[in-house]
Design a binder for this molecule. Structure first.
Ligand code: ATP
Ligand code: MG
Length: 221
């Protein structure tokens, strides 16, 4: 079953001579419960594509359907609900809130939705990500790898349909990067999560079920 369907997606920036075709007709289907890596040169359109799948940005043309929801029909408020309920984001720079504790950061997306995590699932996630001892610490007190584990917990806690990770190991040394990637891969297996991850690291991309290469805003076969 495909959880993401992208059809003829186009996104252009600017006009005339200086126009950039960030996405130039992307067709992509992503199978539920699989780990897909997206690779490609800098500027090839990887982040633009991921942001459209996550409902952070809208295309000029084409369609994105995630877990049965067509994003083009949604208003800004509905897109916000879509992102909160269906997508877990993991970024290169972790994007944690420095003034909140690890526990509060993990619970943050659910608190925005006015709910609290299922306590059993919360315990399971923090032990899986080895965060049990650090729940009352602040992000700045953790290593990069530790901060990224918090971001992964935050992404998993709402049981999203998909996890979108934009170079999640980009700011980590190679050992922490391997470790974080191992945890992401295990979350796909343990929680039947669907993961789409952008990486520049071909060795890490090889750990995915499938590798998709983008070149000049198009998928290369
Ligand atoms: N908001 C924007 N305004 C203008 N141009 C943009 C904007 N966002 C992206 N672009 C351009 O679109 C193209 C694709 O950018 P994108 O960020 O998707 O690339 P990328 O593959 O993620 O690159 P990197 O590996 O460096 O992160 C680039 O040429 C970029 O300069
Ligand atoms: Mg990028």
């Amino acid at each position: 079953m495909n959880i993401v369907t992208v059809k003829n997606l186009k996104k252009y920036y600017g006009k005339g001579e200086s126009q950039v075709k960030a996405l130039n007709g992307i067709d992509l289907q992503v199978e539920k419960g699989k780990f897909t890596a997206i690779i490609g040169a800098s500027g090839s359109g990887k982040t633009t594509l991921l942001n459209m799948i996550g409902g952070l940005d809208l295309p000029d043309e084409g369609e994105v359907v995630v877990d049965g929801v067509s994003l083009s029909g949604l208003k800004e408020r509905e897109l916000a609900v879509f992102r909160r309920s269906k997508v877990g984001f993991v970024y290169q720079n972790f994007n944690l809130i420095p003034s909140l504790t690890v526990r509060e950061n993990i619970q943050f997306p659910l608190s925005l939705a006015g709910t609290t995590p299922d306590p059993v699932f919360f315990q399971e996630i923090i032990s899986f990500l080895r965060l049990g001892e650090r729940l009352e610490a602040y992000p700045g007190e953790l290593s990069g790898g530790g901060q990224q584990r918090v971001a992964i917990a935050r992404a998993l806690i709402a049981k999203p349909s998909i996890i979108l990770a934009d170079e999640p190991t980009g700011n980590l040394d190679s050992k922490s990067g391997q470790n974080v990637l191992g945890l992401l891969k295990m979350s796909v297996e343990t929680y039947h999560q669907t993961l789409i991850m952008i990486t520049h690291n071909l060795e890490l991309a090889q750990m995915a079920d499938r590798v998709v290469r983008i070149e000049d805003g198009r998928i290369c076969q």
